[in-house]
Design a protein around this ligand. Structure first.
Ligand code: KIV
Length: 275
């Protein structure tokens, strides 16, 4: 049974400026998804820096074939559940498909994630016109995590879950998009399925931290879907993930191993990255 975590936090709360300080000091940021209070408290105990309520919940919790059917009500419900399991870990929640279709809609959705869900930051996919939304949220002091590279909400346009930025032209476009989301006011940037050398270049050019998933070891931090990390996701394991439960006897040990490997730059290895 889940018991609410009411004990005093053992460490200082992770903050948005704190993430920037970690980049400046060369300390890797550990991010992991969570969708409920029990997993959230596992992340908290393992000292994970950032918990992400990803719209990946549509696939790994709801059993759907993409993230597109996830609603803002789903996101608020899971974000509030995760918030109850955390005390010092920073909470980030995804803006689901089309909740960011224009500035007013995105403001309403982000306000619900923050006020009802307890999120400290919202994540949004894409650049271009999305930069207007990022700027509007930042102006209202809602911290934003941008998400570039493989953006799963664009799966139909991308034609599948494929590595992005592989040609010189696509790489330059991604670099420009990264500069644009930072200029718009994003505080953090997730890079998903991007060649490691390109992610390293973006990381060194930007002043905001980058968090990689399939983007090489040189990002400022790493994120995985918690069920991938535990080897629970059915089907073929994605190249960028690793089963950290294999050879360990608890979920806590697996999450702690992931956190340690990220901080010591042992994960991801070249075998989890793309060229
Ligand atoms: O939805 C999600 O879980 C994500 C991560 C994979 C970065 O966006």
């Amino acid at each position: 049974m889940y018991v609410e975590n009411t004990s005093a936090p053992a460490r200082k709360p992770v903050t948005v400026p704190g993430l920037k300080a970690m980049k400046a000091e060369g300390r890797k940021i550990v991010m992991l998804t969570a969708y409920d209070a029990s997993f959230a408290s596992q992340l908290e105990t393992a000292g994970v820096d950032v918990a992400l309520v990803g719209d990946s919940l549509g696939m790994v919790v709801q059993g759907r074939s993409s993230t597109l059917p996830v609603t803002i009500d789903d996101m608020v419900y899971h974000t509030a559940a995760v918030a109850r399991g955390l005390s010092s870990t920073l909470l980030v929640a995804d803006l689901p498909f089309m909740s960011d279709r224009d500035v007013p809609a995105a403001m309403d959705a982000a306000a619900r994630l923050v006020a009802e869900g307890g999120a400290a930051m919202v994540k949004i996919e894409g650049a271009g016109r999305v930069c207007d939304v990022i700027a509007a949220l930042a102006e209202r002091n809602i911290p934003v995590c941008a998400h570039l590279g493989l953006t799963p909400q664009s799966v139909n346009r991308l034609g599948g879950y494929k590595v992005q930025g592989k040609t010189e032209e696509a790489a330059m476009r991604l670099l420009e998009d990264a500069r644009a989301v930072e200029a718009a006011g994003a505080d953090l940037l997730v890079l998903e399925c991007v060649p490691a050398a390109l992610a390293a270049r973006i990381t060194s050019e930007l002043s905001i931290p980058t968090i990689g998933i399939g983007a090489g070891v040189d990002c400022d931090g790493q994120v995985l879907v918690v069920y991938d990390l535990l080897g629970l996701t059915p089907g073929k394991r994605p190249r960028f993930s690793k089963d950290f439960l294999a050879g360990r006897d608890s979920i806590q040990a697996a999450i702690a191993a992931f956190a340690g490997d990220v901080r010591e730059k042992r994960f991801p290895g070249p075998e989890h990255s793309f060229t």
